[in-house]
Design a protein around this ligand. Structure first.
Ligand code: GLC
Length: 637
């Protein structure tokens, strides 16, 4: 049987998921082409947009494709781009228009097998050498120290490699879990966008960028699917939660591989994967930073992908706040957990996706309004989170004494929070030193739970102020037993119990107290914690957490999550050989061993942003800008 491997124009009219694969095989002439995308796809092997050559991704590859290679010369090459707000490319809007009128069908294999060519114009940093001597993998870090991989690391790499999913022969992602004992894998045999991020970073840090590049381009193609849930289509630009490679028979002798995405229309609870597009943008930037291959982000189809996601996030709605309004379960916690509204995890990912987009979007006449909107949103969002989400002992005391029902523009208690809402556990729990960002904020509602990912990513992206970021880590240190315990890291703290569990989760038997999303411990969160610690100059905290994980993960067969208040037991319904557990562990190890690389993945404070204010009120106006008034209170520096 011969297998046909094609990437092609998706029909914008797909009557049902089940027929997509068939539609795949029929090139639709009348359907609107996926305009800008076609442009660069037509030149699949070109690393330039209009003639000018960019750095080939191959140049930084310091291992062979199967990366555990014979003695390999290792050169890591970076283009040391700073955090500029604009980048010059040759992708003019003129060419974009020209491409728009082109129709036609795409037959392409995105995976590239280019020859290695070194571009001398790119700055080089020798990071490390990787050698294979016998079965031992030895890394020589730039300062000459030798780091040997532990047994757990070696096993982790084997598992990660086994988890790789291929499409038409090329690696395009990793399955969520590869548990041989799992008789009902549900969708754990799919490539999840969010789950792939730590895998991608592990591969990138090890010198293999092909899989990441393929993943980014293939998921970009999926973005243009028309998706419907009961005849309703969510916004253009939505990225799927996951995808699967399926083999379909074309006729008796021929099969074809197709990518089958899930935008939430099959997901349990029909949750919207809001975080997927945000992670995609974050990964795109990371790919450029680590490989030095900026040609990918400069491609017109990729630029269009960024714009579509940004437009979707920045669309006007009824919202009163700069935070992104989402339904419950729209991120890593993809079940009902009372995180609808403005959950911190989404806000921190949104903030860093805005920063990434500002950095990657080519500025020209057609994108300048979007860039302006991004800048305004960044500024308003960081103010809002810093000012209203922050809690420490002092702030809790203020809330405790709040007056309520204040009707005015200069109310202190703007959200009408009733002090009775402060949960009793918090009064005892909050340490003298340290603080954190609230889980969620809505009218008359503060969610006081501590959510790890949102807080760590606020540190990484500089959504929090430098002092707040420091204080979050102080809180983790002070509350080590609650947040780390026997296994890093609690997804949130504390658990919803009794009536709260019944009412807020809807009596979810998977999210019982101290299990799964309801305060279970998720080892994958180690990589975000590690990055946050490294940014704040506290790698020892990450090392301590990593050592705890390393003691158990291999013996426990790499579980998805752990249960109980102290994270002592493997989760009740936990998958084993969960890929992002493995990848989170490896990425933490690699980040700690390569601080220069880690520093490419976080953001410093942007002081210019603090001064942008779009409200138009001047100092002399009768009505004062509330942000200017509040600046004295927020800990800016
Ligand atoms: C669960 C998790 C989700 C993850 C998926 C695949 O649904 O809640 O965050 O992406 O499993 O691992």
């Amino acid at each position: 049987m011969s297998a046909i491997c094609l990437i092609r124009k998706f029909s914008m009219k797909s009557p049902s998921r089940f027929h997509r694969s068939l539609l795949f095989s029929t090139f639709s002439k009348e359907s609107p082409p996926d305009l800008a995308r076609n442009a660069s796809i037509r030149r699949p092997y070109s690393s330039s947009i209009s003639g000018q050559s960019f750095v080939s991704p191959s140049i930084w590859r310091f291992t062979q494709p199967n990366w555990i290679s014979e003695k390999t010369r290792s050169i890591s090459v970076f283009s040391l781009r700073d955090f500029s707000t604009s980048i010059e490319t040759n992708a003019t809007d003129k060419s974009f228009e020209r491409i728009q009128v082109q129709s036609g069908l795409i037959v392409e294999k995105i995976h590239r097998n280019e020859e290695v060519t070194l571009d001398e114009s790119v700055s080089k940093i020798d990071v490390k050498e990787i050698e294979k001597s016998g079965d031992e993998i030895v890394e020589t870090i730039s300062d000459g120290k030798v780091r040997e991989e532990s047994e757990a690391e070696k096993e982790a790499w084997r598992i990660l490699e086994n988890a790789v999913v291929r499409y038409c022969g090329s690696p395009v992602g990793t399955v969520a879990a590869n548990d041989p004992g799992d008789k009902l894998p549900l969708n754990y045999d799919q490539v999840f966008i969010r789950d792939f991020v730590p895998s991608a970073l592990a591969f990138l840090l090890k010198g293999d960028g092909d899989i990441v590049r393929n993943f980014l381009l293939h998921t970009l193609q999926l973005q243009s699917w028309e998706k419907t849930v009961d005849c309703y289509s969510p916004g253009q630009g939505l990225m799927p939660a996951s995808f699967k490679v399926r083999t379909v028979a074309l006729d008796e002798n021929t099969t074809e591989e197709v990518l089958d995405p899930d935008f939430g229309e099959s997901a349990i609870g029909r949750v919207a994967p809001v975080d997927s597009g945000l992670w995609w943008i974050i990964l795109l930037r990371a790919y450029g930073k680590i490989t030095g291959d900026f040609s990918l982000q400069e491609r017109i189809d990729v630029q269009t992908g960024i714009k579509l996601i940004m437009n979707l996030c920045l669309a006007d709605g009824f919202d009163m706040f700069p935070t992104l309004l989402v339904t419950d379960g729209s991120c890593m916690i993809d079940r009902r957990m009372g995180i609808h509204g403005h959950p911190l995890e989404i806000q921190s990912l949104f903030y860093s996706a805005l920063r990434c987009s500002r950095e990657m979007l080519s500025v020209n006449d057609r994108s300048k309004d979007l860039v302006r909107a991004i800048n305004n949103r960044l500024s308003a969002l960081s103010f809002h989170i810093r000012e209203y989400y922050w809690v420490d002992i002092k702030k809790i005391n203020e809330i405790y004494r709040y007056k309520t029902e204040e009707y005015s523009t200069d109310a202190t208690n703007k959200f009408n929070i009733y002090p009775e809402q402060i949960p009793p556990w918090l009064m005892d729990w909050i340490p003298e030193q340290g603080g954190y960002l609230l889980g969620n904020l809505q009218p008359a509602h503060m969610d006081f739970r501590f959510f790890s990912l949102g807080n760590f990513w606020s540190i990484v992206s500089s959504l929090g102020t430098p002092k707040q970021n420091e204080a979050i880590l102080n809180l983790v240190e002070a509350k080590w037993d609650d947040i780390i315990g026997n296994m890093p890291l609690k997804i949130c703290y504390p658990a919803l119990e009794y009536d709260d569990w019944r009412i807020i989760t809807g009596s979810d038997p998977k999210n019982t107290p101290w299990s799964y999303h309801n305060s279970g411990s998720w080892p994958t969160l180690l990589w975000q914690f590690t990055l946050a610690c490294m940014k704040m100059g506290r790698p020892e905290l990450a090392e301590k957490a990593l050592a705890l994980a390393e003691k158990r993960l291999m013996a426990d067969r790499w579980p998805e999550y752990y249960d109980t208040r102290s994270g002592k037991f493997i989760g009740k319904q936990s998958r084993l050989y969960q890929t992002w557990t493995v990848a989170g562990f490896l990425t933490s190890k690699l980040l700690l061993a390569n601080p220069e690389m880690a520093s490419l993945l976080f953001w410093e404070e942007d002081y210019e942003l603090l001064d942008i204010c779009a409200c138009g009120l001047r100092k002399s106006d009768r009505k004062k800008c509330s942000r200017v008034a509040a600046k004295t209170q927020i800990l800016v520096r």
